[in-house]
Ligand binder design. Structure first.
Ligand code: IPE
Ligand code: IPE
Ligand code: MG
Length: 251
């Protein structure tokens, strides 16, 4: 039997990604090329976040997950960390009302240890305020590292087992995933990394198992809706097989 498909890519499903995850990279190089301090790159990067959140709704993306500070970024100079935290504070302060008005639900993933009480409170309030919104699910990975997330999930699982709430044979993929920070969220369909770096840098190691990866050379501050659409178009040209056979294969 031959499966006939009437589009040139050979896959039946031409729909766009429901969940896009982005490693927003290249702020520092963007600034350096302009002989500006790095913080200017981060500042411009926040403007890109605004545009991409807006564009996501227009492009039919339901979940957008952004890597904004990694657990490894603590290795940066104190001043830069201070600037990045300041920008997050300002972003939430300035944009939360608008995001809420636009139906954006905010979630935060990452470790809570090492974060100041005032940042945690601010993030918790944003999550709480927007919890009933449904237009776009925006997940901010802040103080996030995938190995750390997996270890914390393992620890919670072990605690549940010790309490007697869970037997070893109850530990399935689904159950394990529900203990991750992303519990309840679908896996990303598309991962985009800007700035030409070809690595994951400890982002969503579990959840990206079957995502399509699109790496773009553009620095995050220059990334715009056109680049975003191009990445989505590239996704639509891919043939996702999930271990099976292509829609074109003959039997
Ligand atoms: C991404 O830009 C922002 C964060 C990692 C917080 P970078 O600051 O990593 O910029 P480059 O990679 O040095 O250009
Ligand atoms: C990944 O970018 C983290 C974020 C975008 C928040 P990095 O710039 O920190 O990654 P490496 O160090 O180049 O791998
Ligand atoms: Mg970088």
């Amino acid at each position: 039997m031959t499966l006939v498909v009437d589009n040139k890519w050979g896959s039946e499903d031409r729909s766009g990604p429901r969940h896009v995850a982005i490693i927003m990279d290249g702020n520092g190089r963007w600034a350096a090329e302009r002989r500006l301090p790095r913080v200017e790159g981060h500042r411009k990067g926040v403007e890109t976040v605004r545009q991409i959140v807006e564009a996501s709704k227009e492009l039919g993306v339901v979940h957008l997950t952004l890597f904004s500070f990694s657990s490894e970024n603590w290795a940066r100079p104190k001043q830069e960390i201070h600037d990045l935290f300041g920008l997050l504070r300002r972003f939430v302060r300035r944009d939360l009302a608008e995001l809420h008005k636009n139906g954006v639900r905010i979630r935060v993933i990452g470790s809570r240890t090492d974060l100041d009480g005032d940042i945690l409170r601010m993030l918790d309030d944003a999550v709480d305020l927007t919890k009933d919104n449904t237009a776009l699910n925006l997940t901010i990975a802040f103080n996030y590292g995938a190995r750390d997330e997996i270890v914390r999930a393992g620890r919670r699982l072990a605690e549940a087992a010790r309490r007697g709430d869970l037997a070893p044979e109850d530990v399935t993929e689904e159950r394990f995933a529900s203990f991750l920070d992303t519990g309840g969220l679908p896996d990303p369909d598309l991962l985009i990394r800007t700035s030409g770096e070809l690595r994951l840098s400890n982002f969503l190691l579990w959840q990206l198992a079957y995502a399509e990866f699109v790496f773009v050379d553009t620095y995050w501050p220059d990334f715009d809706k056109t680049h975003y659409e191009a990445a989505i178009a590239e996704f639509q040209r891919r043939n996702r097989r999930f271990g099976g056979r292509t829609a074109r294969s003959t039997a």
